[in-house]
Ligand binder design. Structure first.
Ligand SMILES: Nc1ncnc2c1ncn2[C@@H]1O[C@H](COP(=O)(O)OP(=O)(O)OP(=O)(O)O)[C@@H](O)[C@H]1O
Ligand SMILES: [Mg+2]
Length: 331
């Protein structure tokens, strides 16, 4: 089952060797009645073999758009308008659809945000599993499903998707994408959000074991900072389509550099003092990706005039890459 050798240094937090994935200046735009919506802008990052990159950011920040662009499974009204997605020798941004299809079924796997939409409602779950896992034997299927805590559904695989809970369907898709196909790159969009705490812990443990055993690389999207701190080597913080901070996980939690990252961490329940009201980040992200300067400027407590006029470049501060005019300052 787990045939691939572990890549040297797979579990280390620092990217080493040639990256598996190298994204440069990626832009994705949605065509809407009100003009183009730049959902992902100037996004650049590398992903090492065996590395887990966690992506956070509030709703609408472009996390799913980024993942679906990497997989070239964008909705019809969206297109990659700029940039490069280096994967081995290929540029996924311009690869022919036939070649892309081959990669999707093999070296790159996606765990989508909404499990229901990736299963046919009128075909039994068992049939769909066997179809996705081409030629899998009964023993292997049993091992696969037990591995994601689904031993209890083994005797009702002739049921249809609506007869399963959202969490069960999500685990079925995790089993297919992560275990069954053994990809080199797994793109996981909120894979544990619908699961209860026990099953969530079980699935996270499984994904980490898989990474250690096979050298699998992962981009992992979640709203849950607890989850992201458990699984990520590095964390990318998105805001209004931009990657505003990219740093080793520990650095993000200990010395967050971007004012948005700080606001996000302060908004986590339990971090404030007892009796203090729950903090939220004032303002809203709506329309921010059309602003001329920094999209976070209207909500930022450290804003200066320049922020409203000029989009900040990415700056390196210690281990972190930060898109803020004041990144080097103690603010
Ligand atoms: N089908 C669509 N048509 C037009 N705009 C869209 C479409 N899907 C997404 N968008 C826009 O693209 C931006 C990014 O959306 P995306 O779904 O990538 O965000 P997200 O970070 O995954 O949010 P969430 O945490 O809610 O899943 C948003 O501004 C959203 O309004
Ligand atoms: Mg999303």
């Amino acid at each position: 089952m787990f045939a691939k050798p572990k890549t040297a240094g797979a579990a280390s937090s620092a990217p080493a060797g040639a990256p598996l994935l190298s994204v440069q200046d990626l832009a994705v735009t949605f065509r809407t009645r009100n003009g183009g919506v730049p959902a992902v802008r100037e996004v650049s990052f590398d992903l090492a073999r065996g590395e887990i990159l966690g992506l956070v950011g509030e709703s609408g920040s472009g996390k799913s758009t980024l993942l679906t662009a990497l997989m070239r499974m964008l909705p019809r009204n969206a297109e990659i308008t700029d940039g490069r997605i280096g994967f081995g020798d290929a540029d996924l941004a311009s690869l022919k659809e036939n070649d892309m299809r081959r990669l999707r079924g093999g070296r790159i796997g996606l765990i989508p945000q909404r499990p229901m939409t990736s299963l046919s409602p009128s075909t039994s779950v068992g049939r769909q599993l066997r179809w996705h896992l081409d030629g899998i034997g009964d023993g292997e299927l049993k091992e696969l499903l037990t591995g994601v805590g689904l031993g209890t559904v083994l005797d009702r695989l002739d049921g249809y998707p609506f007869e399963f809970s959202g969490g069960q369907l999500q685990r079925l898709l995790i089993a297919v994408a992560a275990l069954g196909k053994q990809p080199d790159l797994l793109l996981a969009d909120e894979p544990t959000t619908t699961l209860d705490a026990t099953v969530q812990a079980q699935v996270l443990k499984l994904l980490l074991e898989l990474r250690d055993r096979t050298g699998l690389s992962m981009v992992f999207v979640t709203h849950d900072l607890g989850v992201i701190s458990q699984v990520s080597d590095r964390i990318g913080v998105m805001y209004a389509g931009l990657l505003v901070e990219l740093a080793p996980a520990r650095a993000v939690f200990e010395t967050p550099r971007h004012p948005y990252t700080r606001a996000l961490l302060e908004a986590v329940p339990g971090r404030g003092r007892r009796g203090e009201p729950l903090r939220t980040i004032p303002g809203s992200v709506t329309g921010a990706n059309r602003l001329p300067g920094c999209p976070f400027a209207p909500r930022c407590t450290a804003v200066i005039d320049r922020c409203r006029e000029e989009l900040p470049e990415v700056r390196r501060v210690g281990d972190a890459l930060v898109r803020c005019h004041r990144a080097e300052e103690e603010i």
